[in-house]
Design a protein around this ligand. Structure first.
Ligand SMILES: [Zn+2]
Length: 441
């Protein structure tokens, strides 16, 4: 009993109690540290790597478009700690965007010399260096650098797109085609329109070199990829005519009329030649009348018919056609100029003629064909197949006069109404503005 009592006294002594308290505190501290280490070693739920403070601050400044402050901050950071990489890359990007690609390229080259650079950082530096070389007007260097990056990371879709664009600028259409094929295969391009446009450029180069068979093959391939490829239809029709195959050319233009009638006017001169070869000049006039019946809101039909009347000495019919073109599109510059030329030849009172001439010269008439990029809304009086503003390969849409302005029927389109098909129904061709669906690409 005494032994038990002695042990109890020993256990409750201040020394033992202190020792127990120390051990419990130690255990609690160890457990809390362990939890903290476990938390730290767990992968972060954020998709972004933890940012160094200066980088985050620099990024905030960039978001606020405070470029000079961001540059100053990043410069100071890399000066204090030259081992930083993200800050270097961000600083380089800033230089490139601020039109100093030479300085940007130097920075990226310095970063790429580092042996310890991770793969992602190396790929990012190569991509940015490629863009900087491109901006410096060194496309060969840019191509080599982007290809190096793609070897390290084949899934870098932006690098591949830039590579294709640089090949386009260099006129290396075969290589651009090869890159675009890979983009399609990998799902980086969602449709074959760009590939069809590139095959069309290959065709034009082959045609200029006199390789007509190759050119035709490229154009057929382009149309197999994209049956709406307007430029391919235009070039193929002209090529077939040049090869002495007007019937086949007319078949291609017929397809163009079915698919993109608003672009048919671009072939009118060639079509007239083909009509003369296959049918007759009068058939051409009949065709134009049918075109006007079907597409009454397209003034180009009236313009072509006016020209036909004029060449056949029927000035008053020509004037009537031009006046109808102006009813459809009152601002049509081509119709005003042609009308003025015809009035000059007629016995019109000189004061009226002078007034009209002054009006035609001073007014800001628009071309009867006006085009807009589907992707960015860029406008031009001339059709374009690659948008000069956004560099997307696209057939623009033609802005047509509003359908309510006129409703012509067969009886309205000129004196020789017998030539027109009696059962023709006027069709409005103003195509609805397509959805902004260009995938580019
Ligand atoms: Zn555009």
């Amino acid at each position: 009993m005494n032994a038990w009592w002695a042990m109890a006294r020993e256990l409750t002594s201040p020394f033992t109690l202190g020792l127990i308290a120390f051990c419990v505190a130690g255990a609690l501290l160890y457990a809390s540290r362990r939890r903290r280490w476990a938390r730290a070693s767990r992968p972060s739920s954020s998709p972004f790597p933890p940012l160094a403070d200066p980088f985050a601050r620099g990024f905030d400044l960039l978001l606020d478009s405070r470029w000079p402050e961001a540059i100053a901050l990043l410069k100071e950071t890399v000066r204090k700690d030259p081992d930083r990489v993200l800050e270097y890359l961000e600083l380089g990007k800033l230089f490139r965007r601020r039109d100093d690609p030479r300085r940007a390229a130097r920075l990226f080259e310095q970063v790429l010399v580092r042996q310890e650079l991770g793969r992602d950082e190396r790929v990012m530096a190569l991509y940015e260096l490629g863009l900087s070389y491109h901006a410096m007007g060194l496309p060969e260097h840019a191509v080599k650098t982007l290809e190096q990056g793609l070897q390290l990371m084949p899934a870098h879709s932006e690098a591949r797109r830039e590579l294709r664009r640089i090949y386009e600028e260099m006129g290396q259409w075969g290589k651009a085609v090869a890159v675009e094929r890979v983009r399609l295969k990998r799902g980086e391009a969602t449709n074959a329109q760009t590939l069809a446009a590139l095959r069309t450029q290959q065709a034009k180069v082959a045609c200029a070199a006199g390789k007509l068979r190759d050119s035709t093959a490229h154009l057929r391939a382009a149309l197999a990829l994209d049956p709406d490829c307007t430029e391919a239809m235009l070039v193929l029709g002209r090529l077939l005519l040049r090869q002495g195959k007007p019937r086949r050319a007319l078949r291609v233009w017929n397809s163009l009329m079915q698919r993109r009638p608003e672009f048919l006017y671009l072939t009118f001169r060639d079509m007239q030649t083909a009509f003369r070869a296959v049918k007759s000049d009068v058939e051409w006039e009949s065709f134009l009348r049918r075109f006007i019946e079907r597409y009454p809101h397209d003034p180009t039909g009236q313009l072509a018919l006016a020209e036909w009347h004029e060449t056949h000495g029927r000035a008053s019919d020509a004037v009537a056609c031009l006046q109808r073109a102006l009813e459809v599109d009152p601002l049509c510059r081509e119709a005003h100029l042609a009308l003025l030329a015809l009035y000059r030849e007629q016995d019109m009172a000189s004061d009226v003629l002078t007034a009209y001439e002054r009006l035609v010269q001073s007014a800001t008439w628009l071309s009867c064909a006006r085009f807009r990029c589907r992707a960015c809304g860029y406008r031009s009086d001339d059709p374009f197949w690659k948008c000069p503003a956004c560099a997307v390969w696209t057939t623009p849409y033609r802005v047509m006069p509003p359908p309510s302005s006129v409703a012509l029927t067969a009886g309205d389109v000129g004196p020789s109404r017998s030539a027109a098909s009696p059962d023709a129904v006027p069709v409005v061709v103003a195509r609805p503005a397509p959805a902004e669906s260009q995938s580019e690409s």
